[in-house]
Ligand binder design. Structure first.
Ligand code: GLU
Length: 482
């Protein structure tokens, strides 16, 4: 059975790269009728942020990625939080010591630092010099009785190399000369990531480890541990790096990296998931719009490339618009309503709102665009765009508008066609051009010279509101331009 896991550390927010790792692990499991697990890797207490775990769970749920086993829901191989499994790691570290695959290290932080400085000065890669690996069992016993602090390190072969298969990178070879005698139990008794990840992936029956490229250099350590324990290792798939458009590593400096930032900016979960799915994967044809369910059908690790994937915000914007267009007007309304409330608008009935969504939907890139473009449907303008006024408002304008108003006052039916006919008749009567009437009218109705069709606007606003706005606009602008 395919079993994958997402194993984040609860260090605050969920990075978009983390969401991509979670998504690929989730999709691979779903595609193969497997299980997807969430495991919280909280063994580094210094990096933990309160509420971090909850934030990860909420974000996965927001994206509709539900895990089959994990914190809160538990499962057959729990607990799924590493800080609740400390005894297991201790036991396994002792097992490694007994078998001669690990050793106690008593070196002080000062000594380690001095060794590192000397190596840097000699232009050697910094690594532990393995001093304690040479201690005799008697020396170890004496030191254990007298020393305050010690760690446990794994033994890495001094020569040779390891070759392993990665689903995305094929055969990878790494020489042991670049692999350090990794600390596996820290002086506080907590395991490091390397021991905990191997023990947990084994006991949780993980079949495929899907994770970021940054973990590739650690894989030899993990494979050695599998060997030392006599366990079969899972398969590995290391996902490509995420890059900024300038091909530097995706960083906060060049834009948002937290999933919640995109959520707050009004991106749809469907769009973000669709976008993130394409950061490394593609379906092999020209299709670009996918729902999570469709991705669950299509995804394969074989179609994930090893080249860095560029995080292109324009593509995300385009996808967001596409996914908005896929939603019904009612769905869009339920998404923008909280934003309207936030903006402090009096929200009229749904029928009114839905008419506006119909008009504006195709202009929406992100949801808050509805507030920007939709404002004048809900709030009469009190100020008028100066550039527009200078350009379109002339001393004869009020007179022309008055003729138009006279006509529309008589209308028995207030709709686009009748309003259009009234405007055209006014143009014939006065001999002025369309724009000379349309633009000033729109200014009185919205405050701006550009926007949706004046007829549509007046139909939606209704007779009373339209005439009220026109009257106020004419009065104000006549005074202003006198
Ligand atoms: N806890 C590691 C992280 O935060 C997990 C890496 C892995 O998936 O093995 O990325």
């Amino acid at each position: 059975m395919i079993r994958t896991r997402f194993a984040p550390s609860p260090t605050g927010f969920l990075h978009v790269g983390g969401l991509r790792t979670a998504l690929y692990a989730y999709l691979f499991a779903k595609k193969n009728q497997g299980n997807f697990l969430l495991r919280i890797e909280d063994t580094d207490k210094t990096r933990e942020v309160a509420g971090g775990t909850q934030n990860i769970i909420n974000t996965l749920h927001w994206a509709d990625m539900f895990f089959d086993e994990g914190p809160e829901i538990d499962g057959p191989y729990g607990p799924y939080t590493q800080s609740q499994r400390l005894e297991l790691y201790q036991k396994h570290a002792q097992q490694l010591i007994a078998a001669g695959h690990a050793y106690y290290c008593f070196c002080s932080a000062e000594r380690l630092d001095a060794v590192r400085q000397a190596q840097i000065a000699a232009k050697q890669p910094p690594a532990y010099d393995r001093l304690c690996r040479k201690l005799s069992p008697e020396e170890v016993q004496i030191k254990l009785a007298t020393s305050e602090k010690q760690v446990i390190r794994m033994k890495v072969p001094l020569t040779g190399s390891i070759t392993f298969h990665d689903i995305i990178r094929n055969d990878v070879s790494i020489g042991y000369n670049v692999v350090d005698d990794q600390v596996i139990i820290k002086s506080d008794g907590f395991p490091t990531y390397h021991l905990a990840v191997v023990v947990d992936d084994h006991y949780m029956h993980i079949s495929h480890v899907i994770r970021g490229e940054e973990w590739l250099p650690s894989t030899p350590k993990h494979l050695l541990l599998y060997q030392y324990f006599g366990w079969q290792a899972p398969q590995f798939a290391h996902l490509p790096l995420l890059l900024n458009p300038d091909r530097s590593k995706l960083s906060k400096r060049q834009g948002d990296v937290a999933v919640e930032d995109y959520r707050a900016k009004g991106y749809l979960k469907e769009a973000l998931i669709n976008f993130i799915a394409f950061l490394g994967w593609n379906p092999g044809d020209t299709r670009e719009i996918f729902s999570l369910k469709e991705l669950e059908q299509e995804f394969s690790l074989e179609r994930v490339g090893s080249a860095g994937a560029v995080f292109n915000i324009e593509k995300l914007n385009w996808l967001n618009h596409q996914h908005i267009m896929r939603k019904s007007d009612e769905e869009v309304l339920s998404m923008v309503k909280p934003l309207m409330e936030q903006a402090g608008w009096d929200i009229p009935d749904d029928t009114y709102c839905l008419r506006i969504i119909k008009v504006l939907k195709e202009r929406l890139v992100v949801l808050p665009d509805f507030i920007t473009y939709g404002d004048y449907f809900f709030n009469a303008p009190s100020i008028f765009d100066e550039t527009a006024v200078t350009k379109h408002w002339h001393h004869y304008t009020p007179e022309h508008i008055a003729l138009f108003v006279e006509r529309v006052k008589e209308l028995t039916s207030w709709d686009v066609l009748s309003l259009e006919a009234a405007l055209k008749a006014t143009l014939e009567q006065t001999g002025i051009k369309m724009g000379a009437l349309m633009a000033p009218l729109r200014i009185t109705l919205t405050g701006f010279a550009q926007g949706v069709s004046v007829y549509e606007l007046m139909e939606i606003l209704g007779k009373t509101e339209s005439l009220k706005r026109i009257a106020y606009g004419v009065e104000t602008l006549t005074k202003q331009t006198r």
